[in-house]
Design a protein around this ligand. Structure first.
Ligand SMILES: Nc1ncnc2c1ncn2[C@@H]1O[C@H](COP(=O)(O)OP(=O)(O)OP(=O)(O)O)[C@@H](O)[C@H]1O
Length: 252
């Protein structure tokens, strides 16, 4: 039984887009992002629309994580704008937590925690809603739909610590999807994952994109993502030096 649909209703939007239509999932305009007033990323422009996937490339220390932290409201936007679905993202503000799903780099689930896949995914609802709020009707269905979206509907009650690294990564993607974000940001989703699991992860990302969500994927290995990214944006020393549309690629 499929619990997800292929076209998602948009959550309530903020301001209209620049052409007066619906705002893009992510709009970064002339943004300078850094820490303690020290700029790391300067004058960056980046837009990701619904159903579009963008790969974010750059050498170590080029500022990829800092830009992502700016989008998540975890680093200071010192100048310019970062808008998610037309809502300004400010350091510490809650808009990003509601509208952006985030899958951190090399995150796996501790073997010491005897949680099931459903419990880990359910924790994503607490994070986006606030720990003090009571469970809502429909939470169980949301968890099942998120697990279905990543192809793990048959693993709901399985201990995550017993799953493969690739499956654990997909559980974490489901945790990021459970609050129905318009934008999913992933930091090196295929790093440290074997080839077969990478194929499944890439298929999962293709499905998430087909559902209409926007994807921003930080990666060192564009080829590994096959045909998922529509564009590649490259950072060098904190500046966006290239934003190119990618043609259909056949992969290796
Ligand atoms: N929390 C922080 N406080 C102060 N400076 C930071 C912080 N995090 C990163 N930096 C600095 O920002 C610069 C860019 O780092 P960042 O982690 O954004 O690069 P990156 O492209 O993501 O690198 P990598 O590929 O190695 O993860 C570096 O000079 C780093 O020292």
């Amino acid at each position: 039984m499929r619990l997800t649909t292929t076209s998602r209703p948009r959550p309530a939007a903020g301001a209209a887009g620049r052409d007066g239509g619906a705002p893009p999932a992510l709009s970064v305009r002339h943004a300078t992002v850094g820490y303690d007033r020290r700029p790391v990323v300067r004058d960056a422009d980046l837009e990701v629309t619904d159903g579009e996937a963008v790969a974010l490339l750059g050498a170590n220390g080029s500022g990829k994580s800092t830009l992502v932290r700016g989008i998540l409201g975890l680093a200071d936007v010192l100048a310019g704008h970062v808008d998610v679905l037309g809502e300004h993202v400010e350091h510490g503000a809650s808009a990003a937590a509601r509208l952006v799903g985030y899958v951190p780099q090399r995150h796996s689930v501790s073997g010491a925690v005897p949680s099931t896949a459903a419990e880990v995914v359910g924790s994503g609802l607490l994070a986006s809603r606030g720990f003090w709020r009571p469970p809502r009707r429909g939470d169980r269905e949301r968890v099942l739909a998120a697990l279905d979206e990543v192809g793990l509907a048959d693993h709901t009650h399985e201990r995550v610590s017993r799953m493969s690294g690739g499956q654990q990564r997909r559980v974490l993607i489901a945790r990021a999807l459970v609050s129905d974000p318009c934008l999913l940001v992933l930091d090196e989703p295929t790093a440290g994952v074997d080839r077969a699991s990478t194929e499944q992860l890439v298929a999962t990302l293709a499905r998430v994109k087909a559902s209409g969500r926007a994807l921003l994927v930080v990666t060192h290995d564009l080829a590994e993502l096959r045909d998922v990214p529509d564009r590649a944006v490259t950072l060098v020393e904190g500046r966006v030096v290239e934003d190119v549309r990618l043609g259909a690629r056949t992969g290796a």
